[in-house]
Design a protein around this ligand. Sequence first.
Ligand SMILES: [Zn+2]
Length: 406
Amino acid sequence: MIDAQEFAALAQLPESLLTAYINTNPGLPTNCRAIPGYTAWLKTEAKHLLAATGHMKGSVLHRQVERIAEYLDAHRPAHKGVMILAGPDVWQVIPLPTEPHNELHWGRPHLWQLLTIMERQTPVCVVALDLAGVRMYKYVAGSLSQSGEWHFKVETSHWRQKERAHMAKQGTRMPHGAQREAFDRRIEAEYVRLMHDVAKGIEAFCERESIDRVYLLGSDRLTRHVQDALPQRLRDSLVCIPRIPRGNTEDPASEIKARVESHLHAYESDRKAKIVEELLNRPRGIVTGLDHTLNALQRGLLTSLTVVESADPKLYECKDCGLVTASAGSRCPTCNGLRRPTSLQAVLPTLLTRHMCRLEIVTDRAATRLKSVDGIGGRLRMLKRQPAPVYRSAAAERAPRVARRA
Ligand SMILES: [Zn+2]
């Protein structure tokens, strides 16, 4: 798979591109024939696309179809799927870790399905915490790798002797009452300090690895202090998981991997349900509905955007300034430029990349709930002062970058 930077480069590619998502899973019986099922599909779908776009045999679109067909014939990909971008000066093949829906698009790079696959493969920082110490892991695409471990040391030697209940010699009178409470308070304060250090470690790790999801395994006594000390962007997507005893497990990583994977779907469903409920309760700092969310996104005001996976309403995009709105009309309300029809899924990958906004895609029950506000909403950045709206010219922005890519 590709990373966020490579994705951003794809979003800048020129128009007049053929985007193909092809299920090449060699495990499918239809793909094991002499002529694989995807080859037959491409032939049929390309005919429809050529007819729908008015392209003839020998046209630029027809040549890209032929390139893709030749590539598939020569390589017979061993991956579950591939995404191919083909244009006069562009050729990119991206192996996919999951089976895609077969799709063929002509025009701007159609990155929505790639974005949904990437969203499901988003790496997670997994932190296992107990009174003895902390271990930190990166979990991505079914693989868990440990990245750090440290042990806690609560220094009590300088504390007054009468408070050291746990160190009292046999036969001496155990502290009790106010003394015991004072000792417990100091221990608790030490752990609060340690948990703040853990939060700083998590923040640094997530920054380094470009991760924005954290699963915290541990008792509430510890995790709540880490949660309090994390920055808002990590708190928003935090999942706290009660820690189970290690038991006789030789390898703590395998225990944690099993623990995370057995409930991964449930954790993600709960996390997304929580995000949607927050959007619907509309506290300060939230926008919902198609018009308001699109407006805030293009003003650079959103830190995250949540959308129903299947939502793809028709939109209009200004050919001059690039402003995208849901309201119909041939002229742009901002610059009076000509507009063209488009759709949410066609423009969202570029807008999210351009405005550095995180994406959360929801399905199932959370999607049903979010549909009451057009299936879309977002969380605003914490800004002291809102910037004036700046809509960049799509044409002017793409041209120089295309030259570098080609
Ligand atoms: Zn305009």
